[in-house]
Ligand binder design. Sequence first.
Ligand SMILES: [Zn+2]
Length: 272
Amino acid sequence: MEEMEEMANGVTGFREHERAERLAELRPAPRSRKEVVLTKLGTPCSPSWEPEWIEAVEDMEEELGRRCCGAHAPDERPCTLESKVKNGRCRFHGGGLGVGAPKGNSNARIHGLYARRIQQCGAHCPQWKTCPYAGDDVKALPEAKRPHCIYEREEMDALRKLDESAHEMYKPLEDRTTRDLNKPPYPMYAQLLMLRENLHILQVMVTRAAKALSTQGFTTQSVQQSDSYYAAYEKPSALLVAHQMLTREHRLTLSLYSTFLDKWDVPKYARP
Ligand SMILES: [Zn+2]
């Protein structure tokens, strides 16, 4: 009889314990707003920042004599732009768009069109006059500190996501003894990844050139003259030539890439 009672109590005790544990699991973890770390000058730190980075931001703020965004700038140091919103970040790093039209008014150049990397924000951009992210604060930054273009970054990320999800199952295996030329892991997998990355950046560059073309025009007036000869004619603009060269390179890279994919029967796009 006593044994039975003990057993019953034991079971009940276990159940209560289990129930309490499950409830604790279901309950969302308390998130206190007080836990946001501030720098010495009061800039809210991102939860992803390591203590060493917060120190670097504080050093930067001391150097500047004011608060700054503090996110990772292209020069691997804290971003020095000022924030206009509560979370402390500038408009390039999650602080939303600043207000007011940009005052900069510089001529668009083809500089940067052939840069095989994501463009940094700056007055060299053909969209500078109309871009909502442009501003005198960016213009005043040294080149190494100018944030990456939001639009190019987004396009690059979207392209990467598209191909990476398609190729997820084709990642090289650890066990090299299973290597078969016709089965995963494929030979030259590193080369395939390089081609793919090159394809992505070329796509971004084609978009960049096309955007520049939309503001600049397709032809340039040219004049040839001598004492006895005068001819004015229109020739393709430098931007149009750049666009043609980039689309050509994109096509060549794509055909090479497709050869790889066909040979190994790798799916070209993620299947929904
Ligand atoms: Zn920033």
